[in-house]
Write a protein that binds this ligand. Structure first.
Ligand SMILES: *Cc1c(COP(=O)(O)O)cnc(C)c1O
Length: 451
């Protein structure tokens, strides 16, 4: 092991890392990035097929965003946004976000991460409901496989088995079905019938718990960290009227889908979700500054203003949120995505991306390929007919991702799937390089497994 990598292990506690395999292969200590590649301290280049963590969509050294950050640092690098004080660039960003949003009017509340934004939204709903004289409306609905963050509340919303390690979820956090037709459809069930069953089960859950106890439902347009799971056909159209009927707001967690990942500004546009609020983060600064945002539509925004007036304030805020640096970076990142060709590139190359993804269907062990826009997954199975997964001890997707690293490709193992979410600046040639490397990796890993 090199000196850097040894030190990397000694005093850093990386998140979501498998220490046993880290002991074997060592951490990757990075020094810089060039376009869609990151470079480690030994000079080895990796094509990052995941845009960092879905967020570095303009690549790793975008000069325009770096210049915007530096210029704001010269002008006014840091201030808070408490007590009615706010930086001019943060005002500008808020106008921009409301104009970009599906809402005609509304307000933006800033945080430093997606987790904090979801957590903040939960507190907003609780405060609004108390002010409305419905203090019993506290339960939060999310869906199996959802990812909404890692704070105590948002871990409870993140419906993944690992949160049992913390004794979570907290009471009052309910997990509805995951609308993944390929995996959860019954034998002989049509996709329409499946969607209808998802909606029926949701209504049953609401009735069973009591609609007067439910504060809101949060949903990702496409489940991201759950393994890139687009909703079944007509899913949001089926659940929307049910939520309206029981007065339950729908919060779209657009932390991954927002700002172009699906080739549109919002996942909500793609699926006709009509959310009451949007949770944004990740691409909002193209990964160049920590920022999250709760974007409230008019209804919830008015309700929160009323609740705050009644108490005297909204007693909540993070020291560093609404930072002028983050706001300047976000304004530039949104410009780059919207007006400097990034979202256009996603649209132009989506057919090629999805076609190359689907080619994996011809291979053994590719159970399902799925995706939309610049978001794709290959779910690996031991048996394609029965959809039986590999024994979890094999860690098949981790094995593929580790082998990919040797080949100079960073891709993400999520459950039994290998996930691709490339930067929006990726060229067609780079896309071919990515898929060629992944095909080579698959061949090598399955040859090893057969041997
Ligand atoms: C990443 C993510 C979050 C959490 O964001 P952090 O900035 O990591 O706290 C929340 N929701 C979704 C859909 C995400 O993908």
């Amino acid at each position: 092991m090199h000196a850097w990598e040894k030190q990397g292990m000694e005093n850093v506690f990386p998140g979501f890392s498998d220490f046993a395999s880290l002991d074997e292969i060592g951490p990757i200590v990075l020094s810089h990035g060039e376009g869609i590649y990151v470079v480690d301290v030994d000079g080895k280049r990796y094509l990052d097929a995941n845009s960092g963590l879905w967020n570095n969509v303009a690549g790793f050294n975008h000069q325009g965003i770096i210049d915007a950050l530096c210029a704001q640092a010269q002008r006014f690098p840091g201030y808070h946004s408490f007590f009615g004080r706010v930086a001019d660039v943060t005002v500008e960003l808020s106008q921009r976000l409301i104009a970009l949003s599906p809402f005609e009017d509304g307000k933006v509340y800033y945080t430093n991460s997606g987790s904090e934004a979801n957590d903040t939204m939960v507190k907003m709903l609780w405060m609004i409901n108390r002010a409305k004289g419905e203090p019993g409306r506290r339960k939060i609905i999310t869906r199996q496989n959802a990812y909404h963050g890692v704070t105590v509340a948002t871990s409870s919303m993140t419906a993944k088995p690992y949160n049992a390690e913390f004794g979570l979820p907290l009471p009052g956090f309910l997990h509805a079905d995951c609308p993944h037709f390929w995996r959860n459809g019954l034998p002989g069930e049509s996709e329409d019938a499946f969607t209808a069953r998802m909606a029926r089960n949701l209504e049953d859950l609401i009735e069973r718990e009591g609609p007067e106890t439910i504060a809101g439902m949060f949903a990702e347009p496409v489940q991201g960290a759950g393994g890139v799971i687009p909703p079944s056909k007509g899913y949001f159209q089926a659940i929307r009227p049910i939520l309206r009927k029981y007065g339950i707001p729908l919060i779209a967690d657009e932390v991954i889908c927002g700002f172009g990942r699906l080739g549109a500004m919002w996942g909500s546009d793609v699926y006709g979700i009509e959310p009451d609020a949007i949770i944004a983060s990740k691409c909002i600064t193209a990964g160049y500054y920590p920022m999250g945002a709760v974007i409230l539509g008019k209804g919830l925004s008015d309700a929160l203003m009323e609740a705050s007036d009644r108490f005297g304030e909204f007693p909540h805020g993070f020291t560093a949120s609404g930072s002028p640096l983050g706001s300047a970076v976000a304004l530039k990142a949104l410009d780059v995505i919207e007006n400097e060709g990034l979202i256009d590139n996603v649209r132009a190359l989506t057919p090629h991306f999805q076609e190359r993804l689907q080619r994996f269907n011809d291979r053994p062990h590719a159970g399902e390929t799925r995706g939309i826009g610049f978001m794709g997954a290959i779910e690996i199975v031991a048996d394609k007919v029965t959809k039986t997964p590999f024994d979890s001890k094999i860690g098949i997707s981790e094995r593929i991702a580790n082998k990919a690293i040797q080949n100079g490709l960073i891709c993400r193992p999520l459950g039994a799937s290998v996930v691709l979410a490339p930067p929006f600046i990726m060229t067609r040639a780079e896309m071919d390089e990515m898929f060629d490397l992944l095909e080579k990796t698959f061949d090598a890993v399955f040859a090893e497994i057969r041997a």
